[in-house]
Design a protein around this ligand. Sequence first.
Ligand SMILES: Nc1ncnc2c1ncn2[C@@H]1O[C@H](COP(=O)(O)OP(=O)(O)OP(=O)(O)O)[C@@H](O)[C@H]1O
Ligand SMILES: [Mg+2]
Ligand SMILES: [Zn+2]
Length: 494
Amino acid sequence: MTDDDEQRQRRDRAIRDAMQWTPEAQARAADTLKKLRAGELRMFYCTERGKCGGKPHGGYPYPHARADQYPPPGVDWRIWAEVGGRGSGKTKTGSEYTLKVSDKAPRIGLVGRTQADVIDVMVDGESGILACARQKGIEVDYQRSRARLVFPSGAVATLFSAEKPQKLRGPQHNYMWFDEPAHYDDIDEMWLQGMLGLRLPGKLRPHALVTTTPLPTKWMKALLADPRTRAVRVSTFANAANLSEDYLEDIRKKHEGTRMGRQELYGEVLTDVEGALWNDQLFTHVAKQRPRYDRSVVAIDPAGTANRRSDETGIISVGRLDDEFDVIRDRSGKLSPTQWADRAIAEYERISADAIVVESNFGGDMVKTTIENEAKRWGTAVRVVVRRAMKSKQLRAEPVVGLYEQSRVNHVQEHGLAELEEEQLEWVPGKGDSPNRIDALVWGITELDGTIGFGRASSPASFRGGGPGGPGGLPIPGMMSIGNGLPLFARGRR
Ligand SMILES: Nc1ncnc2c1ncn2[C@@H]1O[C@H](COP(=O)(O)OP(=O)(O)OP(=O)(O)O)[C@@H](O)[C@H]1O
Ligand SMILES: [Mg+2]
Ligand SMILES: [Zn+2]
C-alpha cells in the first residue's frame, strides 16, 4: 500500500465517521465524551478565542490557550511568528496549532534545529505533539523509522532537521512549523527550501508557523519586516502560571535586568546600541575549540583595582592559529583574589597557554604576585606577562574591533560567551568604564597579535619564538612591556 493509499484510507475513514455515523465512530465519540466528562481530556483552544487569557473557566477548568497562542486573524498572512522568551509556551503553541490544522492540511512539514530537537522536543517533548494529542484523546501515529506522524484525518507530517537542509529540497507542503529557526546553523538555506515547497493548493492556503526565541540576525529582521508576516511577542512571564518556581527563579536570576534578558525573557529583537564598538553582525561563531593553536594566552582584568567600579574580574582565554583568533573561554566572575588566580591558572593549564596577561597600571604587580604565589601553592609554574596601558581603553579596543571586522576573530560556542557578547554589544566608549570582560579580551587579543598598532598584517612567525623583547617579539606602540615579558618560570615545552 502506498503512502497515498494509506492516506486516502484514513481520510475516508474520517469522512465515514463524520458522515455515516458508523458503530465504530459512535464508539469513539462515546469514549471521547466519557473522557471529557471525567475531566480526562484537555482541549487547548476554547470558545473565547483567548479573551479569557487562558485562565480556567466554565467548560475549560484548567490553563489553556492564551490570545497569543491563537493564529492571527485574517487570511492575508503567510507566516505567523510567535517570538517569545524562554519557556513562554512557543513549542506548546506549535504543537497545538499543528494538531488543529492537521484536519485541513494533508501535507505538513515539521522542522527543528537538530534531529534530536525534532524528536525529543517537537514530537515527544512535554509540550510536543504526542503529549498534546494525548491530552485531547487524539491518536497520532508516530512512525519513527519513516520520520513522520500520521494524524487521524490521514494528514502526514514529515520531520526535518535543520542539520540536513537538502532533505527539504523537493517536498511540498500545505503547512509548516519551524521551532527555534533563529538558532539553525543555516536558516537561510532551510528557509528558502521550506518556502519554495510551501505551495500545495488545497482547503488551506499555504502558511507557516515560526516559534522561536529571537536573535537579531539578518534572517530574523527580514522575516519580521515582511508584510506577509504576523508576529506576536510573548514574555516568559506570560506563561508563569505553567512554569515551575525553580525554573522561573533560575532564568530570572540569570537574565533579569540585563540586555540579554530583554531577548531571553521578553522576546525582544535587540537592535544595535548606538555608539557601541561591536554589533551582532561582527560575531563569527565556531562550534568548538581547535585541537591546537600557535599561541594562546589567558588575560585577566581583576576587579577591585583602583579604577574599577564593577566588582567582576574579567578572565578570557584566546588562541591564535595562523591569522585567526579564537576567543576560547570566559571564566569571569565575582571572585576573591585567590579565586581569580586559581581560575586563571586552571585555564592556563587547560589550554596550555603561553602566558597569563595582566595590566600593570592599577595594581598589576599585586596581580602578578597573587598569581605566582597561587601557582606555587599548586606546585606549578606559570608565566605572567605584565603590560602597561598607554592608550585609552577605546583606542586599545578599536584595533581589536578591526580584527572582528576582517572576520578574523571567532567565538567558540561550546563554552558559552553570551555575557562577553552582551558587554561587547552594550559598551559605548566614553559612557562609563569599559567592562572587565572586554578589557581582558582586548589584552588577550592584543597580546597575540604582535602587530596591532603597526597597521600591517603579521606573519605568525614574527611573534613565535620569543626573541628579544619577550614572547610578543615586537614592541607594541602605546604599550610598554614590563620586565620584557620574559618567562618568570621556565616551562619545558617552550
Ligand atoms: N496556554 C498554556 N496552558 C497550559 N500550559 C501551557 C500553555 N502554554 C505553555 N504551557 C506549558 O508551559 C511549559 C513551557 O512551554 P513550552 O515548552 O511550549 O515553552 P517554550 O517557549 O517552547 O520553551 P523553551 O524556550 O524552553 O523552548 C510547558 O510545560 C507547556 O506545556
Ligand atoms: Mg520550545
Ligand atoms: Zn478560555
